[in-house]
Design a protein around this ligand. Sequence first.
Ligand code: ZN
Length: 144
Amino acid sequence: MREAEFKLGRCLLVRLKHGSEVNAEILDIAKDNKIHTATFTLIGALKHAKIAYYNQAKKEYKLMELQGPHEISSCTGNVSLRENKPFVHAHVVLADEHGSTKSGHLLEGIVFAAELHLQELVGTKLEREHDDTTGLALWKTGGK
Ligand code: ZN
């Protein structure tokens, strides 16, 4: 089976703390609520952010630091297990004061104000493992 099947669990709406870091806050919320698997969306604004582009040939992330306030036009992601601990994977589209956007894998986002919608998923453990082909920690689902 390539897919892992889940039932919908709790649906949490959370205002993230001003000055907190997005990934760390989502991780804290997941841990506090004993959530191992989830999907989420987030909107709001960041004070600054570090995002990354994955160079597929080099198998490494290229860091981009965005200074100054940006709108979180879109942020989606998931929570699964990596080395048996909850792990947050988030991607963002961030807009500057002109509406110009930059987007990528979210490494760090410092919250100005942000609203999280976290959807718990209940089922088997969804774990990540190193994948040699991509160099990434990808989901391992059932047998292939
Ligand atoms: Zn990513």
